[in-house]
Design a protein around this ligand. Sequence first.
Ligand code: SF4
Length: 552
Amino acid sequence: MPVERERLDADVLIVGAGPAGLACALHLSRLIAQHNASGAKPELSAENIYVLEKAREIGAHQLSGAVMDPRGLAELVPDWEKTAPLESPVTDDAAYVLTAANAWKLPITPPPLQNHGNYIVSLNKLVKWLGGLVEKSGVNLFTQFDGASLIYESGGIAGVMTGDKGVDKDGKPKDNYTPGYELRAKVTVLAEGPRGSLAKEMVNRLKLDGLNPQVYGIGIKELWEVPAGRIKPGFVAHTLGWPLDASMYGGGWVYGLPNNRVSTGMVIGLDYRDPRFDPHAAFQKYKTHPFLKRILDGGKLVRYGAKTLPYGGWYSMPRTYVDGGLIIGDSASLLNSQRLKGIHIAIKSGMLAAETVFEALKTGDASSKTLSAFPRKIDESWIKKELWAVRNFHQGFRHGLYAGLFHAGLQFVTGGRGLVDPMRTRPGHEEYQKLSGSVPAPERFKGDGALTFDRLTDVYHSGTRHEEDQPCHLVVADLNVCATKCVTEYGNPCQYFCPAAVYEMVQEKGQPRLKINASNCVHCKTCDIADPYQIITWVPPEGGGGPNYDGM
Ligand code: SF4
């Protein structure tokens, strides 16, 4: 029997309560308040803005390094310095090149990594605070609701179906079954973060791809409490080199926070060659370097998380508007991978989307003709200026670190153009080299339990929780490929790239079988991106599941 679903109609539906989605909701609510106060018609209401968030509470899935350029926030919340939860202004910054035993400090911190005027923040706390402002403005915020699928209508989109709750692992309704809602809206704004499941589907279906395919990095982070005096609050260091080799794109960081807390992590381009490379193990090894060890030794791991980030930049930006819909923030490739910063751009893109949607609501025309103002607004704003200057940055590193530094230098003096413009790229998963012959599987990293940890210990520190009896949210299109072709060609990279030990090859009746421990998933989306055959699709699990990045 077809399921009867309740239908709700909104003016605007924003999917994802991260910096971009919340900035869009907050700015739009203010534009509406000014419009109504002026007596202009039609009267609009902030209550008709709905924000959907799949996490159990606002901010729980928010993870970032995070050193924030305050430019976007200052435009959104003019008195932000008085009330925003900032960990510390950056007081000192440095860049190091690591070899296995040494850390060489660069005499001058490269301009993209200079952070004076920026702030170390917890994205989780910042987003919680923004969520509070949005709630106060009258917007309806719904947590624990995922956007399961888009409603397509006349070549565009008309809203979202939220996921059913109370479905067992075989897809049958349980006693607590509640069907998802049919949420219709004049404008649906996709602000799902990197590799949003709805944005991915819409970009493919409506052929909205940018010039280059999107390429990603994985960020892995730990928050520590360390003995007093190890690192000054506000000190920011970025590192290049060890333990990554020169063919790889990435680096590490360590930031000093108040109360003897430390943020440390690595970002690694998901376009490496070795299919058995393990980003989590690389980060654990990173912490054993004397430069990190002297800070962390004797301290305590507090929290762990992992998330992907879009590296493609300007040339990977999809078309950001369709009839009835916009794509914003990380979902729209709006991140500066050279500066490793996206929060300020996400916020600004949310504000520009709000201005575009406001016009659509006033005129009653939410067609792509009206919504095409969004990319024009981006072009006219500082977002374009910032991203245009680094439009070929990540592509320049495709042939390794040294070629990348050469290209980056040329691009710096030519305003981003460099030797070739546009510089093309291909999806990261196409960079894997096939295994030659039968190569024994590398031994899995176990950790010492004090400075370094195995993945399950880290997952425990991510606060991840899912309803166990639900359909698997990691949909593998053909398990046979995993058990046959992938074993010999790539050695099952999912076992290595997943930072949460979700994928395991087990032997069953003498045959390899892929076992999926879905409840460990920290929602980083790496598997959806890095699977060599592109047969893994990450779909949202039951709303409320996932990590809890409290204080991250
Ligand atoms: Fe990330 Fe996929 Fe592993 Fe989940 S299953 S933690 S999305 S790689």
